[in-house]
Design a protein around this ligand. Structure first.
Ligand code: FES
Length: 105
């Protein structure tokens, strides 16, 4: 699935992400800046925070309880905030757009 990551300064990166990997892993593999992922995907750092584009909120869905409690520690959390290590890439998400927060630059 094609995923577009938009850095806080507006720079866009389009990546071909494999199904089954996370949105965080796909960014790391392509050296997309703005996703730090300090904990390596364990839902324990919140440095992979992204804002999901409104048009994809239904498909991406809401965070589970563990993710939500981690998001409570993140800065600038909005209703469309997700941790990108907890979003699994699938065909449905082709064209997904996520934006990175100011704290991850
Ligand atoms: Fe640490 Fe996602 S990589 S919470």
């Amino acid at each position: 699935a094609k995923i577009t990551y938009i850095e806080h300064d507006g720079t866009e990166h389009s990546v071909d992400a494999k199904n089954g990997s996370s949105v965080m892993e796909a960014a790391i593999r392509e050296n997309v800046p703005g996703i730090d992922a300090d904990c390596g995907g364990a839902c324990a750092c919140a440095t992979c925070h992204v804002y999901v584009d409104a048009s994809f909120m239904d498909k991406v869905g809401a965070p589970n309880d563990m993710e939500q409690s981690m998001l409570d520690f993140a800065e600038g959390v909005e209703s469309n905030s997700r941790l990108s290590c907890q979003i699994t890439v699938k065909d449905d998400l082709d064209g997904l757009i996520v934006r990175m927060p100011e704290s991850q630059t």
